[in-house]
Design a protein around this ligand. Structure first.
Ligand code: DUC
Ligand code: ZN
Ligand code: ZN
Length: 472
């Protein structure tokens, strides 16, 4: 079995920071030792002197090739997972979708077929439940047997992905029974639809109205309602893509009373806001996603960073769901479907390649979170939340050798010209970030090293998952 040593670096996990060498045999970490305390031989030595050695990133919220808003997310499993690897993410959990009127298992099989043989990194699935009924509830048990242990419901998008309160509650009762986790898109879609129609009738058609018609209280109210139902049903609840401080307050209160309530935020909510949505020439459409990026002046970003520091928020994911600003060569018009009517802009933005580096910069580089907390929110907590720890999310004997070597003294400028996502813009064009990813390894194989890519489609394996490992 091939042996690799990562030598001379500072190994950082969610709980430790240590000067240690890492010995990898085949796909696994087999030993950690002080540099002068071993005489390991190896086929390959990676010099990490002066650098951090982190666990590979775990992004638990991606939408490769998602059908949405009359088009498809522009990254497929091949391009999206390759881009993830470039950016230091070695595991994704994507969302398989149930088509309304069809079985959930059929949706799962469809997504398995899309991903199989195409991923550069390991991947698992959550299931989007579009149609809660007797048959679907039974299928939640079937999917648990396939390692799909989390189910996403939507309080938004009436007529498309929306479930009513009764349906949500029944799915939660099933989750309480079979041990799965309910993931919630928590926005009051019924009220939002009224506000959207009224805005369009007034001629308010620009991208900024996407956020104005989804005010923070619609996220706060839906989050509150989801928590009440989950507490009543007795299931774990994970609120996705949180952007409003009103919603965070609800999570905090629930956790303070001992409930199994968790939440994630995403880089766009920590870095972007109304100034971006107001960019001229329709460029604001690049930042249209739901929940929306919010008004900086209201203090949401500070509240979210604070929530990450205090563990009121557990995870940073991306909700990676890219659509081209100009025409995509294969998929045609995407963001510009909403020219003259913001309600027709496909919701979503790119991020899977940028998360690890952006969050390193914002947390460690700019001093908001400790090194260990950084690792926790980008790798360890997401792995525990969705039942893949300690295979994923840490560097320990027996863990998969999923490793990122980062040079903290180098800086890098984010630009579309250098990214690998299949989309024609980045939300962070020209942003200079502290830290450069030099090596990315997944299950013992070097995927990225000093600016060269050594991965291939099909290297990534399906990850059947266990249940939530963060339960109180
Ligand atoms: N939000 C997005 O921005 N895109 C896809 C689905 C969602 O809920
Ligand atoms: Zn969502
Ligand atoms: Zn999403």
């Amino acid at each position: 079995m091939a042996r690799t040593v990562i030598k001379g670096g500072t190994v950082v996990t969610a709980t430790e920071t240590m000067e240690a060498d890492v010995l990898i045999e085949g796909e696994k970490v087999v030993a950690l030792a002080a540099p002068d305390a071993h005489d390991w031989t190896a086929d390959e030595v990676i010099d990490a002197t002066g650098k951090y050695v982190f666990p590979g990133g775990v992004d638990v919220h991606t939408h490769m090739e998602l059908p949405f808003g009359g088009t498809y997310a522009s990254d497929d499993f091949e391009s999206g997972t390759r881009a993830a690897a470039w950016g230091g993410t070695t595991t994704i959990i994507d969302f398989a979708v149930q088509t309304i009127g069809e079985s959930m298992v059929a949706g799962y099989e469809e997504w398995m077929a899309k991903a199989e043989g195409r991923c550069a990194i390991d991947y698992g699935f959550h299931m989007i439940v579009s149609d809660v009924n007797e048959a679907t509830l039974k299928e939640m048990d079937v999917l648990m047997g396939e390692g799909v242990t989390s189910f996403k419901l939507f309080m938004a998008y009436p007529g498309v992905l929306y479930s009513d309160d009764g349906q949500i509650f029944m799915a939660m009762q099933k989750a309480a029974e079979n041990g799965s986790t309910i993931m919630m898109h928590a926005e009051n879609g019924i009220v939002i639809d009224v506000l959207r129609e009224q805005a369009i009738a007034r001629g308010e058609t620009d991208p900024i109205y996407h956020s104005i018609t989804r005010p923070p209280v619609t996220e706060g109210e839906a989050t509150h309602r989801a928590i009440v139902y989950a507490e009543l049903a007795g299931c774990p609840l994970y609120v996705v893509h949180m952007s409003a401080k009103e919603a965070l307050e609800e999570i905090k209160a629930a956790r303070d009373r001992g409930s199994n309530v968790f939440a994630e935020t995403c880089p766009q909510y920590l870095y972007l806001g109304w100034d971006n949505l107001r960019e001229p020439n329709f460029e604001g459409a690049k930042y249209v996603c739901s929940t929306p990026v919010r008004n900086w002046e209201e203090g949401h970003q500070e509240a979210l960073w604070q929530g990450l520091a205090t563990d009121d928020l557990q995870v940073i994911s991306t909700d990676h769901c890219p659509f081209c600003f100009n025409d995509h060569p294969r998929l045609g018009t995407q963001k510009k479907l909403g020219l003259g009517d913001f309600t027709k802009i496909p919701n979503g933005l790119p991020g899977v390649e940028e998360r690890f580096g952006l969050i390193y910069h914002g947390s460690v580089g700019e001093g908001r979170l400790s090194l260990n907390r950084f690792v926790e929110v980008v790798a360890t907590a997401p792995a525990k939340m969705f039942g893949i720890f300690p295979k994923k999310g840490t560097i320990a004997v027996g863990s998969d050798a999923d490793i990122v070597v980062l040079d903290p003294n180098a800086t890098r400028t984010i630009t579309v010209a250098e990214h690998h996502m299949d989309v024609d813009y980045t939300c962070y064009e020209g942003k200079e970030v502290q830290g450069r990813i030099d090596v990315v390894m997944a299950r013992g194989k070097v995927l990225v090293s000093d600016g060269e890519y050594h991965g291939y489609a099909g290297y990534g394996q399906y990850l059947p998952r266990g249940t939530c490992q963060l339960l109180i």
